[in-house]
Design a protein around this ligand. Structure first.
Ligand code: ATP
Ligand code: MG
Length: 412
């Protein structure tokens, strides 16, 4: 049996009263962009729902694509029958014929008469459909309280919609409906997941990545570009800002404060990200921090690092376990890229014992002693290269860079 239509439902966003139109429109745009490869489909909008008429396009494949649409809570493939009793019954029989016949399946019919001129009421329809369907499919047994299969029949003027499967959607809020934020994107497992979580919550994101070229390689950068590309699948496109961080790192390393180097680097990253956020109208920063995961993510570290920005610092993963983060990374398609063993600017500088309890006053004093730091932050902002990344497009670079140079023996 081929399905005729997909029914997409919205959840939370219906709570948002007058914003609902804006939210549904944003989801509609997202759906349209994902359905571009399927020219025959038609998209219809209704209060709290979107219908995708398949017109022969493949249901399962399209469902997979639409599972990426933020704001959509669930998807049901639908069979449409003409709104006449005999035809509804025939279609309902067809529908359950596909169920496995090897065991007793608890079942119920749930009919709803939306089109009032239809001659039978909802309760009456439950019986009128249920009887013949049970007769035709002996493996079904009625269980109105705990049905495994609930055959839903919505009778409307234009047709009766018959469906039972309810496939979970991405949930959250439609793309961009909660404003814009700047994601600090490293090459690790966490920050791409944090970015996806932020997008799922209705944030448009731009990505910023700090590199220490030539001590980090071109391949390390390509990895980040690939990660941004995966994220762009969920948004149509994302901007990626590549920030030259070598000079700042070198200055910070020269202070000889091995234990505080990560704290100092993170603070400078936040300052630069804040400047870039201001330039692009982003109202918050997003990081992949998870409480206690590493030295720079203890509460005292987060406290001292976070003070370097006055923008809200969003940490979607802060209370998540690593295993959960990995599961999400696999689900959204970033995990395999994230575990590729290319160096990150910070891994070049990992000290023997990074501080888990940095002292704000000491950190501020070190920074005050670095008279060139403010200028270097400005220079890094100016020297930032911005790429626009789209899911299926080659990335155009400002310049083609050389392979990574050897890291000097002694940084500190
Ligand atoms: P991730 O897996 O995201 O790298 P992590 O657990 O390895 O996270 P850290 O390396 O300590 O943690 O980084 C913490 C956060 O700081 C990252 O999640 C990311 O948001 C940001 N960050 C770290 N390095 C960079 C970088 N080179 N460019 C941009 N952001 C970075
Ligand atoms: Mg990392």
């Amino acid at each position: 049996m081929a399905y005729d239509m997909l029914l997409l439902r919205f959840g939370e966003i219906t709570l948002k009263g007058k914003n609902r139109m804006r939210f549904e429109k944003a989801a509609l745009m997202h759906i349209k962009s994902l359905l571009r490869p399927y020219p025959a489909v038609e998209i219809l909008r209704e209060f709290g729902r979107i219908y995708v008429l398949l017109n022969g396009e493949p249901a399962r494949e399209i469902i997979e694509a639409l599972k990426q649409v933020f704001g959509v809570t669930s998807i049901s493939p639908v069979k449409i029958a003409p709104p006449r009793l005999e035809e509804i019954i025939a279609a309902a029989k067809d529908f359950v014929r596909e169920l496995p016949a090897d065991r007793a399946i608890p079942f119920k019919v749930n009919a709803r008469r939306v089109w009032k001129p239809f001659p039978y009421g909802s309760q009456e329809m439950n019986r009128l459909i249920g009887g013949p369907v049970l007769q035709a499919s002996p493996q079904l047994k009625v269980d109105v309280h705990h049905p495994e299969v609930e055959l839903r029949v919505e009778i409307r003027e234009q047709g009766a919609y018959i469906f039972s499967e309810v496939i979970p959607g991405a949930g959250g809020f439609p793309l961009g409906t909660n404003g814009k934020a700047m994601l600090l994107l490293s090459g690790g497992i966490d920050s791409p997941v944090a970015g996806w979580s932020a997008m799922r919550r209705g944030l448009e994101i731009e990505c910023v990545h700090f590199h220490s070229y030539p001590f980090t390689s071109k391949r390390a950068e390509e990895k980040v570009i690939e990660l941004a590309k995966v994220l762009s699948r969920y948004a149509g496109q994302v901007k990626l800002h590549l920030v030259p961080f070598t000079e700042i790192q070198t200055s910070l390393a020269r202070t000889g404060q091995d234990n505080l180097i990560i704290t100092l680097m993170r603070r400078s990253m936040l300052r630069i990200a804040t400047r870039l956020a201001e330039q692009s109208g982003a109202l918050a920063l997003v990081t992949g921090d998870s409480l206690g995961q590493v030295a720079s993510q203890t509460l005292p570290s987060m406290n001292v690092i976070g003070r370097a920005t006055d923008l809200p610092l969003l940490r979607p993963l802060v209370m998540n376990d690593k295993e959960d983060i990995i599961q999400t990374a696999k689900k959204i398609g970033t995990y395999d890229l994230s575990i590729l063993p290319y160096e990150d600017c910070c891994t070049l500088f990992v000290p023997k014992s990074p501080s888990t309890n940095p002292n704000l006053r000491i950190v501020e004093k070190i920074e005050a002693g670095l008279t060139e730091l403010a200028e270097q932050v400005e220079a890094a902002v100016k020297g930032t290269e911005t790429l626009v990344i789209r899911p299926h497009e080659e990335v155009k670079r400002r310049s083609d860079q050389e392979e990574g140079a050897a890291v000097p023996d002694k940084w500190f």
